[in-house]
Design a protein around this ligand. Structure first.
Ligand code: SF4
Length: 428
């Protein structure tokens, strides 16, 4: 029996797709092993968003070859779709599959086809269902949408994943039942641009209203959603929902209107601020996270300070800070006034510091309160989980509390591996 291992680089959507691809392998013929173990075949689901994702891929290939020099290595997904010529040249990679062929991986392995990649211009246009089942079976990433019709000037995703398309509400509900039947307690709706969900005449609000009706479902989060697509009626619905958790992730990318226009984002800072204020006015305990890109071409000190000041002034709970990296075939690739790497590093450091402070302040405001926590894993004597509003919590506890939603008193903030965490106590 052949041993096969999987590794995912990138977003929640990639995780859900790796999971579904791994499940398509016949258990009588293949044994799925951990990525750190010896395997005959290794599958890496790649990402095209930043240079770091590219570096990660090369690093993983080297890591595999040290383990098994004869391993059959497959690179699939977004980076394979747009950079197949580069991937051919990476020593050790045997098979390259783009996004439109990755779900047929078994055919390619079993028919021993040579190195293959779909052409750049055959953009994927089919919709494939996917959801992830993690080892500890507490949370699942459920794909509801794929592709993107936007043309942000720095982004390769539309080139890698094609135009926006969505799953039917019926299929999404069916998948939710499948996930819940496996004992999973929390679901995260994912996609490339989930606010753009559209199936026939149904939009994102119609979808979440249908999901709300599922009695068995207890906790559901929406992942990243574009600010211009997070309509006030969605915020209002979530504020009243008994299942959708009070956690939003709304990319900002820049706090400068000049840079936002150059990025070809579909909003300006005024709209962004309105969204944050709207959420906080009707869901005061909501956790709001954001993404920021540092060092976009032309981001001089003035524009960076606009981002800095905006972030400082708004009620965000955490930030994901990305360094701008020029991606081929995007408008930003050819833009002038590129920012020096050392300046990018310095500015990123500043924003990460603010992020840490904002998380601490957010956590601090909940000390002495009780929240429901879904515990996910155990390390030494501690079990770890997240509150409904995405506060990371640990308590002294045993494995029997994993995958349970428990009332916890939040008592003290700690710093663990440079990250904030709250120590709590189970309420009897
Ligand atoms: S919204 Fe913009 S950044 Fe997001 S996937 Fe679409 S093009 Fe890329």
């Amino acid at each position: 029996m052949k041993k096969i291992a999987f590794f995912t680089i990138g977003c929640k959507l990639n995780f859900s797709e790796t999971s579904i691809i791994s499940k398509s392998f016949n258990k009588k013929k293949y044994k799925i092993v951990d990525f750190k173990d010896y395997a005959d075949i290794y599958v890496i689901n790649t990402c095209a968003v930043t240079h770091k994702a590219e570096k990660d891929l090369k690093y993983k290939v080297k890591y595999i070859l040290k383990k098994n020099n004869n391993a059959f290595i497959i690179a699939l997904g977004c980076y394979s779709q747009i950079e197949k010529n580069k991937l051919y040249k990476i020593k050790g990679i045997n098979l390259v599959l783009g996004n439109d062929k990755k779900f047929n991986i078994i055919d390619y392995i079993e028919k021993k086809k040579n190195i293959y990649s779909c052409e750049l211009f055959t953009l994927p246009n089919e919709y494939k269902d996917a959801y992830s089942i993690e080892k500890n079976r507490t949370r699942s990433f459920l794909k509801i949408q794929d592709g993107c019709n936007y043309k942000c000037s720095y982004c390769t995703i539309p080139l890698a994943r094609g135009l926006s398309r969505s799953n039917s509400i019926k299929n999404i509900i069916k998948n939710i039942y499948n996930i819940l039947n496996k004992g999973i307690k929390e679901i995260v709706l994912t996609g490339v641009n989930i606010g753009d969900y559209k199936y026939k005449n149904k939009d994102f609000l119609c979808l979440i209203k249908e999901i709300e009706k599922i009695k068995k479902l207890k906790r559901i989060r929406i992942s990243s959603i574009e600010p211009n697509l997070l309509k006030d009626n969605i915020i209002k619905f979530i504020s009243k929902s008994k299942k959708f958790l009070n956690h939003f992730h709304i990319p900002l990318q820049s706090g400068s209107d000049y840079i936002l226009k150059k990025m070809r984002r579909r909003y300006l800072t005024k709209l962004y601020l309105n969204k944050i204020n709207k959420i906080k006015s009707i869901i005061p305990d909501a956790c709001i996270g954001s993404d920021v890109i540092v060092g976009f071409p032309g981001e001089n000190n003035k524009y960076f300070m606009e981002t800095y000041n905006l972030i400082k002034s708004i009620k965000l709970s955490y930030l994901h800070v990305f360094s701008f990296s020029p991606r081929k075939n995007t408008k930003a690739f050819k833009m002038k006034n590129k920012i020096d790497n050392n300046i990018i590093k310095y500015r990123s450091k500043i924003l990460r510091k603010i992020s840490n402070l904002k998380t601490r302040l957010f956590y601090k405001s909940f000390l002495g309160t009780k929240r429901k926590v879904l515990f996910e894993n155990k390390k030494n004597d501690w079990i770890y989980g997240y509150t409904d509003n995405y506060i990371k919590v640990k308590i002294k506890g045993s494995k029997k509390n994993i995958n349970k939603i428990i009332n916890v008193m939040l008592e003290k903030i700690e710093n663990e591996n440079n990250k904030n965490i709250i120590i709590g106590k189970i309420l009897k």
